[in-house]
Design a protein around this ligand. Structure first.
Ligand SMILES: [Fe+2]
Length: 246
């Protein structure tokens, strides 16, 4: 079983809940789709936990880049830019070095699937709509790509023979069986800053043998994460949005 995590965004409270879940399961590989840091108030603590997981496969997100490379935040909103500067000033030299050297996607996870932060065609592109997905299927080989960046859990299924694209909203806690003759683009949602109006953290597990995946939504201490953001004097919107999942 692989654990697929994206967009943790320096949210230690949320990550701790995911790790508690993982300890009770036989997880073979920890797979991260980028944006480990940015927005939240505990970047070094989150980096320590992430490195402790020994993730076999990880790609960089736009926030990982903006927080570790000067000038990489040109297209950020003011709160995001403020958080990126705040994070860069606080990350240890070793964590800055690790973030700066994360590979860009798409990256192959063995022979099972590929991962990217944004679209597999362009790591900074938001893959939101069926039309985006249709084009993005050209960006990778094989049956399955996990991506992040939008913070919205979803699944696009492409039947190339019938030329039909079907978007799915997955039901938390239920297995979703991948079909043999279809290709998939799947977003596990965001651990640290969900944006689908559900404040519960979001991630997925993928059963590589049986080719089925499951969305998980779990409660966490979002008040605690918000309090850390306010105490750090980051933009208050970054705290408030955690209560609403926006
Ligand atoms: Fe993100």
């Amino acid at each position: 079983m692989d654990l697929i995590l994206s967009d943790i965004h320096s949210n230690l409270q949320a990550l701790n809940v995911v790790l508690r879940y993982a300890r009770r399961r036989a997880i073979q590989r920890f797979v991260l789709l980028g944006d480990v840091v940015g927005y939240g108030a505990q970047p070094n603590q989150v980096m320590e936990k992430v490195l402790g997981m020994k993730p076999r496969f990880i790609v960089r997100g736009n926030h990982d880049r903006a927080c570790s490379v000067r000038g990489a935040d040109q297209h950020f909103s003011l709160p995001a830019k403020g958080a990126a500067h705040w994070t860069r000033d606080r990350l240890s030299r070793e964590n800055l070095r690790i973030l700066r050297n994360l590979p860009a996607g798409p990256l192959a996870v063995g022979e099972d699937y590929v991962i990217s932060h944004g679209s597999p065609l362009d790591e900074d592109s938001y893959l939101l709509h069926p039309q985006d997905a249709l084009e993005a299927f050209d960006g990778f080989e094989g049956p399955l790509c996990f991506f992040g960046h939008t913070h919205l859990p979803c699944c696009f299924e492409l039947d190339e023979v019938a030329q039909v694209l079907t978007p799915y909203l997955l039901e938390p806690g239920e297995w979703f069986q991948l079909k043999k003759d279809c290709r998939y683009l799947v977003n596990p949602g965001s651990v640290g800053q969900p944006r689908d109006r559900d404040p519960r953290l979001s991630f997925m597990t993928y059963d590589t043998r049986r080719k089925r995946l499951k969305l998980h939504r779990l409660e966490y201490d979002h008040s605690g994460a918000a309090r850390e953001i306010l105490e750090a004097r980051l933009h208050p919107n970054l705290a408030e949005r955690l209560f609403y999942g926006i």
